[in-house]
Design a protein around this ligand. Structure first.
Ligand SMILES: C[S@@+](CC[C@H](N)C(=O)[O-])C[C@H]1O[C@@H](n2cnc3c(N)ncnc32)[C@H](O)[C@@H]1O
Length: 197
């Protein structure tokens, strides 16, 4: 078995054993171990949450004093401890629903969005980055001062432009790839700490 297959199986088995819906949950766990994006009591908004692995992990990290909301175009089975809504992050009215649920600004916005991939890399990359810009529009309205965010980025032509755009809004930004992210995949995570607006 190739190392990359063994690694994928390792995370898949771990997710199965520990009751997480996706291997992706471990990417958030590892990012959090390195950067402490989410702490106990945090209010967390999860954009592009299906099937719910990150949402489950966010509930665990935020604990019983925290609050977590997940949004996705697709149906997501209920996640205990979280509020899930079916919606399009390109829809401006989503912000009202988010604020209504939390009742105040959130401590962290986590974005793991992927478009429906067409197989044409340039199109998929451009669409994925465009979804991240849409997330920042929501983020600008709901994230508190000094809050944190993470964006999955399909690395390519427009990623540095997006990095420069988002960098201006935070005290610190780190470009990283957690061990749970497959080496051969072109995804990166931008971990943004200390929102300044
Ligand atoms: C890689 S999955 C997220 C996996 C998730 N973090 C987990 O741990 O289970 C990416 C998600 O982005 C969602 N998505 C893509 N475009 C969207 C949009 N415009 N609005 C809301 N969700 C969207 C997709 O439906 C898909 O479920």
């Amino acid at each position: 078995m190739r190392l990359q297959d063994a690694r994928r199986d390792y995370y898949r088995n771990l997710a199965h054993e520990q009751g997480f819906r996706s291997r992706a949950a471990y990417k958030l766990k590892e990012l959090n171990q390195s950067y402490r994006l989410i702490g106990p009591g945090f209010y967390v908004l999860d954009l592009g949450c299906a099937p719910g692995g990150w949402t489950q992990m966010a509930v665990k990290l935020a604990g019983n004093k925290g609050k977590v909301m997940g949004v996705d175009l697709s149906y997501v089975e209920e996640v205990p401890g979280a509020h899930i809504i079916r919606g399009n992050i390109e829809d401006e009215f989503l912000v009202d629903e988010i604020m209504e649920y939390f009742g105040r600004k959130v401590n962290a916005v986590i974005c793991d969005l992927s478009p429906h991939v067409s197989g044409n890399w340039s199109i998929d990359h451009a669409k994925q980055i465009s979804l991240n810009y849409d997330c920042t529009k929501i983020m600008d309205k709901v994230l508190m001062h000094k809050g944190n965010a993470v964006f999955k980025v399909f690395d390519g032509e427009y990623s540095m432009e997006f990095r420069d755009f988002v960098k201006k809004k935070f005290a610190r930004i780190n470009l990283t790839k957690p061990p749970a992210s497959r080496k051969q995949s072109s995804e990166l995570y931008y971990v943004c700490l200390g929102y300044t607006g």
